[in-house]
Design a binder for this molecule. Structure first.
Ligand code: IMP
Length: 210
């Protein structure tokens, strides 16, 4: 059974880049959003072995602690030639100091170690798993994906691995796109661009009122 969201929502993230994007994506639906950080909720350990499992861990913990519906995103960059790495370890590759220049450098040097120079050897995709959990235990999960290639980092917008990701059909990296372009909602309502916006489109159809 599906359920529509109403009232206040906790956005269960401590990642400021994700929080900004999730607030932007939630804005049209008139849902009042408060972040886990603002509520002083602890960050649970992400012990799952899939994006969906980790999104559920975060959303369940926040819904339980705040006694409000909670939305969590677990996301990451998967590089085909690296067997899908960094994948669910995307944040960890940047370390405690959140050094994404270092994490992008590691992706590039591991690709170089495979001699991957041609675009078809540098295929990658971003995944965003969204889990919306109500305090009574009702749960909804969706997953969005965007495909592209790894390129030398360009641009200072966005966050994380954005400067290194060139989405298929575009000539600017996510790091060179303003957030509206990265979300990429077409006026005719067809497919959005970013993994997170695509997951939101699916979640909106199921749980949000336009
Ligand atoms: P987690 O979901 O909190 O475990 O962390 C996901 C990590 O994946 C982030 O810290 C970023 O490094 C990366 N990531 C997820 N989504 C994006 C995105 O839209 N752009 C760039 N990097 C992202």
């Amino acid at each position: 059974m599906t359920r529509k969201l109403s009232g206040k929502l906790v956005i269960a993230t401590h990642n400021s880049g994700k929080l900004r994007e999730m607030r932007e994506l939630m804005a049209p639906y008139g849902v009042e959003c408060i972040s886990a950080g603002e509520l002083g909720l602890p960050e649970p350990e992400e012990t799952g072995d899939t994006f969906i499992a980790n999104a559920l861990i975060k959303a369940r913990a926040a819904a339980h602690a705040a006694k409000l519906p909670a939305l969590a995103d677990d996301s990451g960059l998967c590089v085909e030639a690296l067997g899908g790495a960094p994948g669910i370890y995307s944040a960890r590759w940047a370390g405690d100091s959140k050094d994404f220049a270092g994490a992008m450098g590691r992706v590039e040097s591991e690709l170089q170690a495979f001699g991957a120079r041609a675009p078809e050897q540098r295929r990658a995709w971003f995944i965003s798993a969204l889990a919306l959990v109500w305090p009574d235990g009702h749960e909804q999960v969706v997953e969005g994906r965007v495909d592209g290639v790894i390129v030398p980092p360009r641009g200072t917008k966005g966050f994380g691995y954005d400067p290194q990701f060139l989405p298929d059909g575009h000539d600017r990296t996510f790091g060179e796109m303003a957030s509206e372009e990265k979300h990429g909602f077409p006026a005719d309502g067809s497919r959005a661009l970013s993994h997170r916006a695509r997951a939101f489109q699916d979640l909106a159809l199921i749980c949000l009122r336009a």
